[in-house]
Design a protein around this ligand. Structure first.
Ligand code: ADP
Ligand code: MG
Length: 360
């Protein structure tokens, strides 16, 4: 199918007619150079985390102790000058985003692999260390299914929504607010960050009302966000980690879509960016072909793709929440591949970016 949607740019040969460039970078050659250099470094075969790159550069500067493998890395991969250049060329990005809030949704399939998860967390800590203010919002469907099964409760879905009876809601709350949330908090702490784990019920961060389709049980539609606690935490350099369990304002927990929760939190915080990390490269024209990715989509383009059935299933709440958060003042929204190493850093600190950007 040919895609003639105005304001969309596809790679992979479907359409090359119109190429919106990220506005902040368009007329700024130093950004382009910085982007390429850093992204090359991040992509470099066998490159370790950017945090490691920074740490190694620091060892060189400080004349600290170096082991043989580090010496090998320095000489084989980058010269000391290369690596320091990479850092200095990232400066415009760091200056641009310093002090800015970035809401990141992480969950589902992209969170299953422990190595990938540790990598995402390390990138998050790096961002916080350089003065960017990340807020992590997470779901955890696969882990909920594991625990439901262990407890002899069969996971049950209707129109893509989890049928959440009372027993299931208990498990959702325990697993998301407990195991999944605390495992992310622990990983952040272990990577040298300072995390505070919360769920939407804490201080009514996420308020919701039960959906009208009563047969799906305690599933909520987000009605509001109280962001004061999150603002206090980020101002004090903590990384808030928020599980997507909402309060109905009367003591009942409700299961809400984590993308939607992240979008509303981003809007309430007037975040610089909303980044949804998932288990695909971005929005694809053909779901079986990662090269058919839409790099940039407008709101209208998204609506047309939903109408054509190209955007479906779990991608619909992602697109919806991007649209809603953009209309409420969030400056940019992105759907990126949580399975790709350093995708978060590539999106924030390089010109190339990754995944699909949805713009107004
Ligand atoms: P998450 O756990 O990250 O929320 P979901 O499974 O809810 O992930 O949503 C992502 C899924 O959306 C993809 O794995 C894919 O199956 C589906 N999807 C539907 N339409 C598209 C599309 N056009 N491009 C990419 N993925 C799509
Ligand atoms: Mg989903």
């Amino acid at each position: 199918m040919s895609a003639s949607i105005q304001g969309t740019h596809l790679v992979g040969g479907i359409s090359r007619g119109w190429t919106p460039v990220r506005p902040i970078h368009r007329h700024n050659p130093p950004f382009l150079r910085a982007g390429r250099c850093l992204s090359q470094a991040l992509r470099c075969q066998g490159a370790s985390t950017a945090a490691e790159t920074i740490a190694k550069a620091r060892v060189v500067r400080d004349g600290g102790t170096r082991d043989a493998s580090m010496h090998h890395l320095e000489t084989e991969r980058f010269s000391a000058l290369d690596r320091v250049s990479i850092l200095s060329e990232a400066l415009p990005y760091l200056q641009r985003f310093r002090g800015k809030t970035v809401v990141i949704k992480y969950g589902g399939a992209a969170m299953k692999d422990p190595t990938l998860k540790a990598g995402v967390v390390a990138d998050l800590v790096l961002l916080a260390t350089v003065g960017i203010r990340p807020v992590l919002v997470h779901g955890g469907g696969p882990e909920i299914n594991i625990w439901l099964t262990k407890l002899g409760i069969e996971p049950n879905f209707k129109n893509g929504l989890r049928v959440t009876d009372e027993a299931t809601m208990d498990v959702v709350e325990m697993v998301l607010g407990g195991r999944v949330n605390k495992s992310l908090v622990t990983l952040i702490q272990q990577s040298g960050g300072r995390a505070v784990g919360l769920c939407g019920k804490d201080s009514d961060i996420i308020l919701a009302r039960q959906m009208v389709e009563k047969e799906i049980g305690f599933v909520g539609e987000v009605t509001g966000v109280r962001s004061d606690l999150i603002k206090t935490l980020v101002a004090d350099d903590y990384i808030p980690v928020v599980a997507s369990v909402a309060s109905n304002g009367a003591g009942q927990a409700l299961n809400v879509n984590a993308d939607t929760a992240a979008g509303e939190i981003a809007a309430a915080l007037q975040a610089e960016k909303l980044i949804l990390m998932t288990d695909v490269a971005g929005i694809l024209h053909d779901r079986n072909d990662p090269s058919s990715i839409y790099r940039v989509l407008t709101l209208r383009g998204c609506a047309e793709l939903v109408g054509q059935g190209i955007i479906a299933g779990g991608m619909i709440p992602k697109v919806d929440c991007c649209i809603r958060s953009l209309s409420q003042g969030v400056r940019a929204t992105h759907i990126i591949d949580g399975r790709q190493k350093h995708s978060l850093l590539m999106e924030l600190l390089t010109d190339e970016g990754v995944g699909t950007m949805i713009t107004g």
